[in-house]
Write a protein that binds this ligand. Structure first.
Ligand code: ADP
Length: 172
């Protein structure tokens, strides 16, 4: 599995699957979630509604997969990050679960290339450096023969610089 870093808008990336930092409703929201639904169109929302109707809400740490509608990707994997609030080990575990469950779902759907945003570091206020450490560590520990490339897509320069530093110092 090759790890890559980009500063970009994730809705523009042509990979098998992009990951969405969704909320428990799965019905869209602000930040990256809003951008994905806006550009991906109605098909994504319809698919999310169907999932809601059959399995209910999506809990923090869990992931579901839908079409990517009008986006260049094939699939969107929606995962719900934890809200930081007071923080704690349970929040760290839930964030790691987001990356792990998204990769599992990717693998089950023969996804070879996948792009992640910086889950929970926007509206959900997870500290960026801790979130970057958890993201890189979890992805790096995930062993897969099927997934070929994982791209960390940072929207802001601060996250990009944090990832860049960690990937260099850990020599990943
Ligand atoms: P959360 O509620 O999980 O914090 P947000 O969407 O508010 O989700 O933020 C998660 C991260 O996604 C933030 O680092 C934010 O800068 C980033 N982000 C926002 N829009 C985009 C986009 N179009 N592409 C990639 N990342 C984005």
């Amino acid at each position: 599995m090759k790890l890559k870093l980009l500063q970009s808008d994730i809705t523009a990336i042509k990979v098998d699957a992009i990951v969405n930092a969704a909320n428990t409703s799965l019905l869209g929201g602000g930040g990256v979630d809003g951008a994905i639904h806006r550009k991906g169109g109605y098909e994504i929302l319809e698919a999310c509604r169907k999932i809601r109707a059959t399995q209910g809400k999506c809990n923090p740490g869990e992931a579901v997969i839908t079409t990517a509608g009008n986006l260049p990707a094939k699939y969107v994997i929606h995962t719900v990050g934890p809200v930081w609030n007071q923080g704690g080990k349970d929040k760290e575990e839930l964030l790691a679960n987001c990356y792990m469950n998204s990769l599992r779902l990717a693998q089950e759907n023969a996804v070879k290339t996948i792009a992640f945003p910086n889950i929970s570091t926007g509206i959900y206020k997870f500290p960026k450096e801790l979130a970057a450490k958890i993201a890189i560590e979890t992805v790096n520990d995930f062993k897969s023969d099927e997934i070929e490339e994982v791209i960390f897509v940072c929207f802001d320069k601060e996250n990009y610089n944090l990832y860049d530093k960690l990937l260099r110092t850990w020599k990943i």
